[in-house]
Design a protein around this ligand. Structure first.
Ligand code: 13P
Ligand code: ZN
Length: 277
């Protein structure tokens, strides 16, 4: 390891961007990924970070999170293509540090040709804050992707957590095991601001996956694999649901609530009872 790109966290981050691109979830600059670095990650990256004298001004995030003061995040750059992350990481992603008040960032590595973290940084930041608290520090990854089948469902299903959770849980047998808490739904909103950040992070109190109506999905995970796997599982279930509906005869038979309870019991997971009749 003789560059920052050899740091394991950077390697995994870059690989995950590629995995999302391979799925077709990241047209143009669509989607974004942030990772809350561990102390060890920051130590491994330290030799490659800008010296204090070269760090720019603090940039207000527009939201505040006291439990994220002093944290470091890897973030995709706003307007940058995830397909370019592995080709030109230094111009596509950055590492930011958070100030002592928990309301501003500055870039300490990357985006060498200029730029700023993703326009969805307020949502990522507030979601990290909530998930760090509710998972007692275990969740470190927040991922947003433009998942086509799930987006399509936001045009035909009622925009409720129950309708989406049931449609997804019953579309593939292992879904309830992967997201036993279900998914939340944010109504259509202008992306990139504090309003959608507040709406999303409220739902992140309860859910590790939040649908953005007519836009995509936000997920949270402890590891890159878990976050990616959650995104992948939900999108695949949405795709199956659409294929079944597309046969044109409606849903003739499906997984029942008792079946769902049986899956929960067999796999030792507690399904969110709000969604079971
Ligand atoms: P950014 O390029 O700013 O990350 O925006 C992409 C996106 O998906 C907005 O929701
Ligand atoms: Zn988006």
């Amino acid at each position: 390891m003789n560059t920052i790109l050899g740091v394991p966290a950077m390697e995994e981050y870059i690989r995950m961007c590629n995995d999302g691109v391979r799925q077709g979830w990241h047209e143009r600059n669509g989607g974004n990924l942030t990772y809350r670095m561990t102390k060890e990650d920051v130590e491994e990256c330290a030799p490659y970070l800008k010296p204090e004298s070269e760090r720019g001004d603090w940039v207000p995030i527009g939201v505040k999170a006291e439990n994220l003061t002093g944290e470091h995040f890897i973030s995709t750059g706003s307007g940058k293509f995830l397909s370019n992350v592995s080709l030109e990481p230094q111009n596509s992603i950055c590492i930011v540090e958070i100030n002592a008040e928990g309301d501003a960032y500055r870039i300490v590595w990357g985006l060498e040709k200029g730029g700023r973290p993703t326009s969805e940084f307020p949502t990522h930041f507030m979601s990290h804050s909530v998930r760090k608290r509710v998972t007692e520090g275990s969740n470190r990854v927040i991922y947003h992707a433009h998942t086509p089948s799930l987006i399509a469902l936001t045009f035909v299903l009622p925009l409720t957590a129950k309708a989406f959770t049931k449609a997804l849980w019953t579309s593939a047998t292992e879904c309830p095991v992967v997201f036993p808490g279900g998914v939340g739904v944010v109504p259509w909103m202008v992306p990139g601001g504090t309003e959608i950040a507040v709406a999303t992070c409220k739902l992140m109190e309860k859910y590790d996956a939040v649908v953005w109506t007519h836009h995509g999905l936000f997920v949270s995970g402890a590891t890159f694999d878990n976050a990616f796997g959650l995104m992948h599982t939900i999108e695949k279930a949405a795709d199956i649901h659409i294929r079944a509906l597309s046969c044109g005869q409606g849903i003739r038979q499906t997984i029942t609530d008792d079946d769902l309870r049986a899956i929960g019991k067999a796999f030792g997971v507690t399904l969110n009872k709000e969604f079971l009749d």
